[in-house]
Design a protein. Structure first.
Length: 191
């Protein structure tokens, strides 16, 4: 059984440009594609094994980064976008014709509100932040991946230089915990 982690997760992972100014994401429609303009680079770009993120055909993982909401603009064919799951915390906006997720937005009170989730593989521009870690790795089992092959998956991710987590990377988990503690009055707001 050939294992496709994600088309971007080949050797070597291409380093991004820290001064990259952003670019345009485009859905897979050959006519009248939805385009989204990002006016900055992404942060926390990572491989995600969750069942909600859009993945290219046959891939076990998505590759998703975050960008400030104000740096995201639908530049063409917004009428083709619809939210995939209205009940989800991340409101994933997908093209109704091809199914590609263009961005995910959090509207609820949440530690990541103000950040949009995007897939930079939908851009032709080079320089986006490289994949930095793999999160929610065990979640691929919930989607039918054989548990006895997980060490192969983790091994391949480690060969690429990616740490693997069954949640998010520690810094992001710390941010979530700090946000929660501040809201509950157990920690003073950070500056």
């Amino acid at each position: 059984m050939a294992i496709l982690l994600h088309p971007l997760l080949g050797k070597p992972i291409q380093k991004g440009n820290p001064n990259f100014p952003g670019g345009t994401l485009k859905c897979h429609c050959t006519t009248n594609p939805v385009t989204v303009t990002l006016t900055s680079n992404v942060a926390h770009n990572h491989a995600c094994g969750c069942s909600k993120c859009w993945k290219p055909g046959g891939a076990l993982f998505s590759v998703v980064g975050v960008v400030p909401r104000e740096k995201v603009e639908v530049s063409s064919h917004a009428e083709k976008l619809a939210i995939v799951d209205e009940a989800a915390v991340i409101q994933r906006h997908a093209c109704t014709a091809c199914g590609v997720h263009l961005f995910g937005r959090i509207e609820k009170d949440h530690p990541f509100k103000g950040l949009d989730f995007v897939h930079v593989e939908l851009s032709d521009e080079k320089g986006w932040q490289e994949v930095q870690f793999a999160g929610f790795v065990s979640s691929i089992i919930e989607q039918g991946f054989p548990p006895q092959k997980m060490e192969v998956v983790r091994g391949r991710l480690h060969e690429l230089g990616l740490e693997t987590f069954d949640v998010l990377a520690p810094g992001l988990m710390d941010a979530i915990a700090a946000w929660t503690a501040e809201r509950e009055g157990k920690l003073k707001a950070s500056l």
